[in-house]
Design a protein around this ligand. Structure first.
Ligand code: BES
Ligand code: ZN
Length: 617
């Protein structure tokens, strides 16, 4: 057969296409996971676990309903530090051959299971280790009320595998159910339908009917009490925290309604919040139906409830439409910060949300200075790294400003419609950055130069302008103080009695660590910052305490670093301490005492800063 030039070209092109197809079918390897859901996907997970406080382990089984998409025989599950006893096929009960791969840093070991024909379900009998990074086991002394032990998990980003063998990738969704046995004096709650009070047996059953990714698996066990907030919301907390918590979260129902009015129906039935002991390493975690929250937002004046708006917003951005990989993390967090600000604006007004936006912009600009250029693209590249590295203000705040830029370009009405349709169309699906950009191009008429935002470093020139008279006034106050204005005059001229947490944050941050101990004393005498019980203000003040060497602040610094374990507060303070030899010495002394109380997520970060080499555990 003689082929002319065009035929040859056609053959070449079609074989290239065939090759590409083949490669993409063959090598559907997922980042940060050994799962192959293109072959076998977990459709449903049932956990049957006993919570053993004495030995600090979860023991029992995980039974998975399989969706076998190809004749492939291998099922690969992510695990890390799990002890596997046996694997059975269901319904036959036949034991299956399995092996554990080598332990890789961050990723753990791949559990390979040889399936047999007809195996529709697989049960893995296993237990977790005391060192499981997702899980923190607290002694009674480490809880707020100091009466009973406590346990909570934190699965995002890739820690679910340290307590459940699973396909630990946000690209796979499953429904789940669970039977959890706890000591009868404790209550168990999960990211699922929850009990509201204890029973005598200590056995609790859970169900999550909507399909979710593994990073949203969550469990908390403790001496928990529950109170209603509204018809579909409530709060869990230790007894002494509960009333304060209910007071602080009074606007939760309003937030849910505001959110629904913006981007469509709430799809998870109930919205509850649990306040964990203060070692919880994050501000909040959007576990579906049950946000996990730090008690450090209980300021007593409702000034830190934007965090609840944020976690609630994840019920759309993140939990309904989920980032397909951790490189697309901004699809979760940038959208959520945008949505959070819209909820806050709807309830508290534009002036308020503009203050939040301004603080977010300042944080973003500062962090861009610190990061490698490649880490400042919205689309991240976390190959070979811990996805935790992606938790910077880029995903959150650059993501937010990108969406705000789009809103301002096309107009709010159109943009809201667009977002609403996006959440509806892709509900219960995973989304890549490119998938979103395509949908954007198809559904908005305006030409958008997204390249400068998504695939370039830093901040583009079209970053939106934030207008906040209130915070501009605060800057004037800070300058007046530096120029020597007396404190009584400052209080009068700038009406500091009216200031909220956000004013104070902006005031303290504007000094950029350039105060003398004398100036610090003046401020402290007037405003009692060292004695503040507002965690955000304490954090900012302590940064200045370290920077200025203001001695009277150091006992409270040690206390603050010991009484709570929220990484956002710990990390900058330890980093700042570590910049001088005396500071480093102080940091090491404090850390030696505080470290046993921190969750593994925070420990890992601070270990690195202080070059701490853990022995054992
Ligand atoms: N989903 C995040 C927390 C998270 C991200 C945990 C990545 C592990 C890996 C949560 O929604 C969040 O963003 N929390 C913030 C609070 C928020 C108001 C910015 C936090 O904990 O600081
Ligand atoms: Zn978030």
């Amino acid at each position: 057969m003689i082929l002319n030039k065009w035929d040859r070209l056609r053959v070449l092109v079609s074989s290239a296409i065939a090759l590409c197809l083949l490669v993409s079918l063959e090598a559907q390897e997922l980042p940060h996971s050994c799962a192959r859901p293109d072959q076998v996907a977990i459709a449903h997970l049932h956990l049957d676990l006993k919570v053993d406080f004495e030995n600090q382990k979860l023991a029992g089984s995980a039974t998975m309903k399989l969706n076998r998409r190809t004749p492939d025989k291998m099922l690969f599950l992510d695990t890390s530090g799990l002890k596997i006893f046996k694997v059975q096929a269901q319904p036959s009960g036949k034991e299956l051959k399995w092996s554990l791969g080598e332990h890789e840093p961050d990723l753990g070991s791949c559990l390979s299971i040889e399936l047999v024909e007809g195996a529709e379900e697989v049960s893995v009998y296993y237990e977790s280790q005391p060192s499981a990074e997702a899980v923190q086991w607290l002694t009674p002394e480490q809880t707020t009320d100091k009466q009973y032990p406590f346990l909570f998990t934190q699965s995002q980003a890739i820690l679910a595998r340290t307590w459940v063998p699973c396909q630990d990738t946000p690209a796979v969704r499953m429904t789940y159910s669970a039977k959890i046995q706890v000591p009868p004096e404790l209550l168990a709650v999960m990211s699922a339908s929850n009990p509201q009070k204890k029973n005598e047996t200590g056995v609790y059953e859970f169900e999550m009917k909507q399909p979710i990714p593994a990073y949203l698996l969550a469990l908390a066990v403790g001496d928990l009490k529950f109170l209603e907030l509204g018809p579909r919301s409530g709060v869990y907390a230790e007894p002494s925290v509960l009333k304060r918590a209910v007071w602080e979260l009074a606007d939760t129902e309003k937030m849910i309604s505001a959110a629904e009015a913006l981007y469509g129906e709430y799809r998870w039935d109930r919205y509850d919040v649990i306040f964990l002991p203060s070692s919880f390493p994050f501000g909040g975690m959007e576990n579906p139906r049950l946000t996990f929250a730090t008690p450090t937002i209980l300021a007593g004046d409702r000034s830190l409830v934007a965090l609840i708006a944020h976690e609630l917003a994840h019920s759309w951005s993140g939990n309904l439409v989920t980032n397909a990989t951790w490189d697309d993390f901004w699809l979760n967090e940038g959208f959520t910060v945008y949505f959070e600000q819209r909820i806050m604006e709807a309830i508290y007004g534009r002036e308020y949300s503009e203050m939040l936006a301004r603080l977010s912009l300042d944080g973003l600009l500062a962090e861009i200075e610190e990061l490698e250029a490649r880490d400042t693209w919205l689309k991240l590249d976390l190959r070979g790294r811990n996805p935790d590295d992606g938790m910077t203000s880029i995903a959150y705040d650059k993501g937010y400003f990108f969406l705000r830029m789009l809103e301002e370009k096309v107009g709010r009405e159109k943009f809201d419609q667009f977002l609403k349709s996006y959440f509806k169309k892709f509900a219960f699906k995973s989304m890549t950055t490119e998938g979103f950009l395509n949908y954007l191009q198809e559904n908005l008429d305006e030409k958008i130069d997204f390249k400068a935002w998504v695939y370039s470093p830093g901040l583009p020139a079209d970053v939106p302008v934030v207008q906040t008279k209130a915070l501009e006034r605060v800057e004037k106050a800070a300058q007046a103080f530096l120029d020597g204005l007396s404190l009584p005059a400052l209080v009068d001229d700038f009406e500091t009695n009216q200031w909220t947490t956000h004013h104070w944050n902006h005031f303290l941050r504007s000094f950029k660590n350039n105060l003398s101990p004398t100036q610090m004393k003046k401020l402290d005498d007037q405003f009692k910052f060292t004695r503040s019980r507002n965690s955000e203000i304490t954090h900012d003040w302590m940064m200045l305490v370290i920077g200025s060497g203001y001695q009277a602040g150091f006992p409270r610094l040690e206390e603050f670093l010991t009484e709570q374990g929220r990484r956002k507060f710990l990390q900058p303070l330890y980093e700042k301490l570590a910049t001088t030899p005396e500071g480093l010495e102080r940091a090491n002394l404090i850390y030696a005492k505080a470290r046993p109380g921190y969750h593994a997520v925070s420990r890992q970060t601070i270990d690195k800063i202080l070059n701490y080499k853990p022995t054992g555990n």
